[in-house]
Design a protein around this ligand. Structure first.
Ligand code: GLC
Length: 443
């Protein structure tokens, strides 16, 4: 395994060395990120335009896996080895504090980015110890997709969602599955959990950074996921191995009544040449449970662009980040692949209207009220604990209460061990951390 990694670094370093010496006057940047389907075509097009504007810079696209955990692991390997490329990293919204605290990405302060032009929540998620480390590229919010030919009205609460799903499944020619979602043991599972947690009035941490993930509301949320969304068979049996794309394929092929997913599937699913549900689906917020204190919740996700701290060309890297996050490129991305811009001003632009499946004001509000996951450099470890315990409960190796008790205990120990307690209150972002490198990265 270790040998394979060494080979990977060597191969990467070799190709870069070759590229960097190909033309002496040229700066070569490597840009990494997801580049699937229409998104890949768009990125390539925007990079080409950037190069036309900057003939002295050549940008190479380096593909990375789409699974959030796999991409994270790859980045951690590269950065632990202090590899200077990719120069520009596409970070998940939950990684920035970790990468910042580890010294792997550069603070953007010296470039004076216009941070007030972005949604405050997306800027807060990319700020660590008072400094901004990445620019928000697109925002993700969890949404409920439904087949309007089977369920014309959006469910008002989670109970209605389950009833609607069962009723539609029972109809002649009705879809095989009631709801498809991301149940694999990876980051996607946490985002779904955050949504049911909010729907039942629970949280992972409270405002003072106390672990509250084993409180009764959280237990009810996990029970709902296990009993109503899984054991009741309204979800496919193998949903516990599914990511975003498996869910999209199932819904797009007409086999599901509801789907939990991010905004990105709208574009492909609206295209008649590849989708059986074009014109037959609508998007709405994931409903609340109806229990006191519960509210309709969307997890805040999304991609950010940051500069690798070991990059040889940070200034050119910033020019590319600035270009890709500029209003024109963001708007084009919204139009081409339906991803939500991180600039509120664009939500007044009629060109975005046809690309986004819900009214623009609703989309803007969804981002403004979306629930962030804990903003902390130890997020990855925290999430891993939770992923394992949630999965144990979903596959019935443990009761929800026991699994969440165990998660709470382990997360608490993690916070204690890393000295993160003070920094995890909601006010932590204002204060500099006690030490800049808090976690040992050994992945
Ligand atoms: C999407 C979101 C990201 C989230 C991931 C989970 O990529 O943008 O924030 O962590 O999905 O699978």
């Amino acid at each position: 395994m270790r040998f394979a990694r060494v080979l990977l670094f060597t191969a990467t370093a070799f190709s870069t060395a070759c590229a960097r010496t190909s033309k002496s006057h040229e700066t070569v940047l490597t840009f990494s990120g997801s580049a699937l389907g229409a998104e890949g075509t768009l990125v390539a097009k925007q990079l080409r335009r950037f190069m036309e504007l900057h003939p002295d810079i050549r940008v190479e696209l380096q593909r990375t896996p789409d699974d959030a955990n796999q991409r994270h692991q790859l980045y951690v390997q590269w950065l632990n080895a202090r590899v200077g490329n990719p120069d520009i990293l596409q970070l998940d919204v939950v990684w920035t504090p970790e990468f910042a605290a580890a010294g792997w990405v550069l603070p953007l302060t010296r470039f004076a980015p216009a941070s007030s032009e972005f949604f405050p929540a997306t800027i807060a998620a990319n700020t660590w110890a008072g400094q901004l480390y990445a620019l928000p590229w697109f925002a993700d919010v969890g949404l409920l997709y439904r087949r309007i030919d089977f369920v014309p009205d959006e469910p008002r609460n989670l109970g209605e969602l389950v009833t609607d799903a069962k009723r539609a499944m029972a109809r002649p020619g009705g879809p095989r599955f009631g709801i498809v979602w991301q149940g694999a043991r990876y980051e996607g599972l946490i985002t779904g959990f955050v949504e049911y947690l909010g729907a039942f009035g629970g949280r992972i941490l409270d405002d003072s950074g106390r672990v509250v993930v084993n409180q009764p509301e959280a237990v009810r949320a996990l029970q709902f996921m296990r009993d109503e969304l899984y054991t009741s068979h309204i979800a496919p049996l193998d949903v516990l191995t599914w990511h975003e794309e498996e869910a999209r394929f199932a819904f797009q092929n007409g086999t599901a009544v509801f789907m939990r997913n991010w905004p990105y599937p709208v574009a492909a699913m609206s295209d008649k040449s590849q989708s059986r549900v074009a014109g037959k689906f609508a998007v709405s917020p994931i409903p609340a449970s109806g229990a006191p204190g519960g509210h309709s919740t969307a997890a805040l996700g999304g991609a950010q662009l940051a500069i690798n701290a070991y990059s040889e060309s940070p200034d050119s890297a910033y020019r590319l980040i600035e270009y890709l996050t500029a209003p024109e490129q963001m708007l084009e991305r919204g139009q081409a692949v339906g991803q939500y811009p991180t600039r509120p001003a664009l939500y007044h632009d009629p060109r975005l209207r046809t690309a986004i499946a819900i009214p623009l004001d609703d989309a803007r509000r969804a981002i403004e009220s979306a629930t962030p996951r804990p903003v902390t450099p130890i997020y990855t470890e925290l999430s891993e604990i939770l992923q394992i315990e949630l999965h144990r409960a979903l596959v019935r190796q443990a009761e929800p209460q026991d699994a969440l008790n165990s998660a709470a205990k382990r997360i608490d120990a993690l916070i204690e061990r890393t000295g993160m307690r003070k920094l995890m209150s909601s006010a932590h972002n204002a204060a500099p951390p006690a030490s800049s490198s808090t976690t040992g990265h050994t992945e």
